[in-house]
Design a protein around this ligand. Structure first.
Ligand SMILES: Cc1cc2nc3c(=O)[nH]c(=O)nc-3n(C[C@H](O)[C@H](O)[C@H](O)COP(=O)(O)OP(=O)(O)OC[C@H]3O[C@@H](n4cnc5c(N)ncnc54)[C@H](O)[C@@H]3O)c2cc1C
Length: 455
């Protein structure tokens, strides 16, 4: 392993003042939690700040959005996760700026917290490529609130179609459009097609949910562009089997209420449009006043520090870290490994040991498409590329293993058995606003006695 001499002066200052060094961690996601765990019960005081009081297991967010799981299955209170770390305090607040010169973070509440070491792990956010007005028509999926909003829109579209069919005996086409065919887009499109065909078809009397169309739009030539080509072909076959219409090479030009314009003005009507196409780094990266890339990620060196700041570590989606000539991807594994590494580096400083270079250990990638179908590119403990049932079981096992608490694991296992074995979805609740933008208001209509309940 490569080692460099870079013991931070920070630790020296804290020791000279006769106190324990203070580490501030911003973000309680995969990277932040793992950094705090690495520092748990060591000779530093840790303050972990997150604007939410919970850690979200983002890989399963789409299952909350499509009514398989509930939010409490995939979100765990951060205080609970770190309850045994007696040197770690949790603060629910939003960091609005960082003064790197005087070493304090500025919080939305007005508090300012001084630090000796700073670990920034605030992740990423959606990017609409400069068209921020599209967000209201096509929400993305990043938080539990986003998942609930997507669930609301999708389920409401079926309810409104049922109401219209009761009133008029017919209803316009029910279209769901997902933009972006990376893993999140593929998962969302597969899950919408599945919920329409397998789960809702027995619930409605006047509409046939199986007739709903799910379209997946991708500007590039193939879906899952970050995966090997054979796996992207397997994923395409599995999506088509579920009835998803995949439109590759299709450039979105505009998104409006109720429709999407593609390729030179072609209109695709959409009751619900979802955005899974662009990601930008958390804006905090730029506030640090260090070098960032065009997506706003902070460029870090081999020990995860931005140039000139050995007291600051950048971890997870916010870091642009290059290994073997390529950028480490913005997924959960590198975030966890970076967080743990940053924590260990601070402990090495305390022991006056040289810092160790970070090296990402890639175990592979997986994306699920629907019940019994997924693709898996396994790189550890052996090499394999799978599609279908075996990939799906592997996906299930790995995700279950990584869910953060035992209670959540049991609950998720129960919900999956309920859903996949008995075709029952437990959380088909519509909460919040009960109207869908772009959907016409129902005109007063009398339903005749002759309109049968049976389709
Ligand atoms: C829908 C979806 C599906 C995914 N599926 C997979 C998958 O299957 N496999 C996989 O490996 N990866 C997946 N990912 C990617 C993975 O979740 C991320 O790479 C990972 O969460 C990054 O970890 P992080 O710690 O950098 O950031 P995050 O986990 O996003 O955590 C950032 C934390 O910082 C907090 N925060 C942000 N800004 C502030 C602020 N200003 N002040 C205070 N707190 C702040 C946030 O509340 C959050 O808790 C998926 C992501 C999404 C959105």
């Amino acid at each position: 392993m490569t080692k460099i001499r870079d013991v931070s002066v920070t630790n020296v200052v804290a020791v000279a003042e006769g106190r324990r060094p203070r580490v501030v961690i911003i973000g309680g996601g995969f990277a932040g939690i793992n950094a705090a765990k690495a520092l748990a019960n060591s000779a530093v005081d840790v303050t972990l700040i997150d604007r939410c009081n919970h850690h979200t297991f983002q890989p399963l967010l789409y299952q909350v959005a499509l009514a398989v799981l509930t939010t409490s299955d995939i979100a765990t209170p951060i205080r609970g996760v770190l309850r045994h770390a007696r040197n770690v305090e949790i603060l629910m607040d939003e960091v609005v700026n960082v003064d790197t010169k005087h070493r304090h973070v500025i919080l939305g509440s007005g508090l300012e917290i001084e630090y000796d070491y700073l670990i920034v792990a605030t992740g990423s956010t959606h990017s609409y490529f400069g068209h921020n007005d599209w967000e209201q028509h096509a929400p993305g999926l990043k938080t539990t609130d986003d998942a609930l909003e997507i669930r609301r829109r999708v389920l409401l579209a079926f309810e409104l179609a049922e109401r219209e069919a009761l009133a008029k005996g017919t209803h316009p086409e029910l279209n769901f459009v997902v933009i972006g065919a990376g893993p999140t887009g593929v998962e969302l499109a597969g899950a919408i097609a599945e919920i329409s065909r397998l789960f809702l078809s027995r619930d409605f009397r006047h509409i046939d949910p199986k007739q709903a169309r799910t379209m997946l739009i991708e500007a590039g030539p193939r879906i899952l562009p970050a995966y090997p080509e054979d796996l992207s072909i397997k994923a395409l076959t599995q999506l088509r089997r579920l009835g998803v219409e995949v439109l590759t090479g299709t450039q979105v030009q505009d998104i409006q209420c109720g429709f999407v314009l593609v390729n030179g003005g072609e209109r695709i009507n959409a009751n619900v449009t979802l955005w899974a196409a662009g990601v930008a780094a958390s804006p905090l990266g730029k506030m640090l006043g260090v070098e960032t890339d065009r997506r706003g990620r902070v460029i870090v060196g081999p020990t995860l520090n931005p140039a000139g700041h050995s007291e600051i570590f950048i971890c997870g989606d916010l870091a642009n870290f290059v290994q073997d000539g390529g950028e480490v991807p913005g997924v959960a594994q590198p975030a966890m490994q970076m967080g743990a590494h940053a924590g260990r580096m601070i402990l090495q400083d305390l022991r006056k040991e040289a810092r160790t270079h970070f090296r990402y250990f890639d175990k592979g990638d997986m994306a699920t498409i629907g019940r019994f179908s997924a693709v898996a590119n396994i790189k550890w403990p052996f090499r394999a590329r799978w599609g279908g049932l075996i990939a799906w079981f592997t996906w299930l096992t790995v995700h279950l293993a990584f869910i953060i608490s035992y209670r959540n694991r049991m609950s998720v296992l129960f919900q999956w058995a309920w859903t996949y074995l008995f075709y029952l979805r437990g959380s088909r609740l519509i909460t919040g606003n009960q109207s869908l933008k772009g959907q016409q208001k129902q005109q007063p209509t009398r339903v005749p006695l002759s309109r049968s309940v049976l389709r």
